[in-house]
Design a protein. Structure first.
Length: 185
């Protein structure tokens, strides 16, 4: 596994924890599905017992052409060069966009460590009729800032880096496991 994949996997897992906390703040009881289901990452239950599914997508900022932003792959497969540019674009896929009720797009700005969360309905995403959802970095809004926490840019010694950063994930896990409301510090 290359270093970009390691950092991407870490970002994905951290983002799922952030999404869990985000939905808990909105008053939902949250169940993490993880890799058990490819269409849904979280199942959320409101006070009336109504269930909704959530698809979590995360991306760190990168330059595509002359524009900086965030690319969220909805279907298909993508490969990236070392400079972060797409290899041959996005491979078309016969896969369908997730049937989740809600999509949470989590934008991670590497330089500042800021995580921004954007929530969209399934209908909104399907009406866009795209396989990749793009957000320009200039469109980020302070109202969508959820947390500031720099995550590692893993080096060649991944195991050592990961052990050092484990507390970053574990700081969030107790909140998620007990599924309690989050209080601002």
């Amino acid at each position: 596994m290359n270093l970009n994949n390691k950092t991407s996997e870490y970002l994905g897992r951290f983002s799922e924890l952030l999404a869990t906390l985000y939905m808990m703040q909105k008053g939902y009881l949250v169940y993490q599905i993880g890799n058990a289901n490819k269409n849904h990452d979280l199942i959320c239950e409101d006070a009336d017992g109504k269930l909704i599914s959530v698809q979590v997508k995360s991306s760190s900022n990168r330059k595509v052409g002359v524009t900086y932003g965030f690319s969220f792959r909805l279907v298909g497969e993508a490969g990236f060069n070392k400079d972060g540019s797409l290899i041959g674009g996005i491979k078309r896929s016969s896969k369908k966009i997730s049937t989740s009720n809600i999509f949470l797009f989590i934008c991670y700005v590497k330089e500042s460590g800021n995580f921004y969360i954007y929530e969209h309905t399934n209908k909104y995403i399907k009406d866009k009729n795209c396989q990749v959802f793009w957000m320009n970095i200039n469109n980020l809004h302070i109202n969508n800032l959820f947390i500031t926490k720099k995550i590692p840019d893993f080096s060649d010694d991944f195991d050592e880096d990961f052990e050092i950063q484990i507390p970053l994930l574990w700081d969030l896990v107790p909140l998620v496991q007990v599924n309690r409301p989050i209080e601002a510090a």
